[in-house]
Design a protein around this ligand. Structure first.
Ligand SMILES: [Zn+2]
Length: 447
């Protein structure tokens, strides 16, 4: 093979997650201009292949970077601040007041940077989410070099950065306008908090703004039994039917959670081509319930995994989330064949990429796709022996096993060292900020 590559990743087992789910032993991947240019089963005639850099996977696993379909990056600053509470108490008595007191551009940047560090070190290269001061989130993420679909949060009460809720949709639309062509790594989006914190007019206007610009519309929906009851007491049917009747369900809508859904709701999601973000650990921690994910998948609905924000999980480790997802659905259905390892890994990679509209770009190792790759170090007691690589990943691997990570062929983690983030400095600043949050004083940090 007489080809020059910018980079080669070789000497590992490649889990492609392509349409045929090929697993390639002793594989190599050639990268040119940020894209996957060659995939093979050995490095071939080495003298004829040259590259600026060669990354040796040392018999580990080479796979697509993980895709986290739902999170709130800056909320890393509230990790462990208030646990073991019901969602409404947690939100109204702790999270919303803490956000009102501490969310400012500097803290948002610091929380985002910490989340980027945690995600990259645990194998996530792409994520989707939204928050306030999203312009600052996007700026930090683009600077770090990660890929993301980001939405400025829309909510019908005074929010950080948008004191007058009358301007919430306008602020979200300006964010989209600003980031439309600003960075190849950032896809802007519109993120409405939920059907119970946004009025019908807000929801419709926000969806119209998303449609006009052709961007993804994200919304927490059918998360808790309480939400469903609230909507029903207003004489409406279910959160999903409510959104359907407003004209919000379509192929550009991502429903986050979708726990309290019935057969008719599932049909509506399927008919309208909407996708779902499954946040098992967050739903477990807040005791919200268990989304009927196997039914979604059976209906061909695109489903991805999400960690949700750090305050309700309390980490962003998708490898750990996968293990939890596989086991949760088995015990819930009393069927060990439900949610097999490959199905779960699909949701964490290509399934998630499709759910957020990036399926043609990332989520699998295929020629022409972006070289968003991670390498897992399997030379460890808890990952030995390896009969089935995918089983090993889902049931035994954890975030700390990720050794290298790259986005569009650019290395962001090498030998577990972050290349674009000052990890120690970020943690130090966050420790300082957390002391201020704990005493309710608030503080600005600079990143
Ligand atoms: Zn969320």
């Amino acid at each position: 093979m007489n080809v020059d590559f910018d980079r080669i990743v070789h000497n590992g087992t490649i889990i492609t997650m392509g349409p045929k789910s090929e697993i390639i032993q002793n594989g190599f991947i050639g990268i040119k201009q940020g894209k996957i240019a060659a995939i093979g089963s050995s490095i071939g005639e080495e003298p004829l292949v040259s590259a600026t850099e060669t990354i040796d996977a040392e018999n580990g696993l080479i796979m697509p970077g993980l895709v986290n379909t739902h999170t709130h990056m800056p909320m890393a600053m509230f990790r462990g601040l208030a646990d073991d509470l019901p969602l409404d108490t947690w939100l109204n008595e702790y999270i919303f007041p803490a956000e009102a007191a501490h969310i400012n551009p500097e803290n948002v940047r610091l929380g985002t940077m910490l989340s980027c560090a945690e995600m990259l070190l645990s194998g996530t290269t792409t994520f989707c989410g939204g928050y306030f001061f999203e312009d600052h989130v996007a700026d930090v993420v683009a600077g770090v070099g990660m890929r993301a679909v980001l939405g400025q949060g829309v909510i019908d009460f005074p929010a950080p950065g948008v004191p007058d809720p009358q301007n919430n949709v306008k602020a979200a639309a300006s964010f989209v306008e600003k980031w439309r062509d600003k960075s190849p790594l950032i896809r802007p989006s519109i993120f409405c908090h939920s059907p119970y914190t946004c009025s019908q007019d807000t929801l419709k206007n926000a969806k119209t703004a998303a449609e006009t610009t052709g961007v993804l519309f994200q919304i927490h929906a059918a998360e808790t039994k309480n939400e469903r009851q609230m909507i029903q007491t207003e004489g409406l049917s279910t959160p999903v039917q409510f959104l359907k009747d407003l004209g919000i369900l379509d192929g550009q809508t991502l429903l986050v959670h979708a726990v309290w859904v019935d057969e008719e709701d599932i049909e509506a999601i399927k008919e309208n081509g909407s996708s779902v973000s499954h946040n098992a650990e967050s739903n477990m921690k807040l005791a919200s319930g268990i989304a009927p994910v196997h039914k979604f998948l059976k209906e061909g609905i695109a489903v991805g995994l999400g960690t949700d924000g750090c305050a309700s999980n309390n980490d962003l480790d998708l490898l750990q989330e996968m293990d939890m997802v596989a086991k949760l659905h088995k015990v819930n259905t009393l069927d060990p064949t439900v949610m097999d390892a490959e199905t779960v890994l699909r949701m964490a990679t290509i399934g998630g990429a499709h759910a957020i509209g990036l399926g043609d770009m990332v989520g699998s190792i295929e020629i022409g796709k972006e070289a968003d790759l991670i390498v897992i170090d399997t030379d460890q007691p808890h990952l030995t022996p390896m009969y089935h690589p995918i089983s090993l990943l889902v049931y035994a691997a954890r975030g700390s096993d990720v050794r290298h990570a790259m986005v569009s062929g650019t290395p962001l983690v090498r030998d577990r060292k972050l290349l674009t983030i000052d990890e120690t400095g970020v943690m130090k600043k966050m420790q300082k900020l957390s002391r201020a949050i704990a005493v309710g004083g608030g503080s600005a940090a600079n990143v």
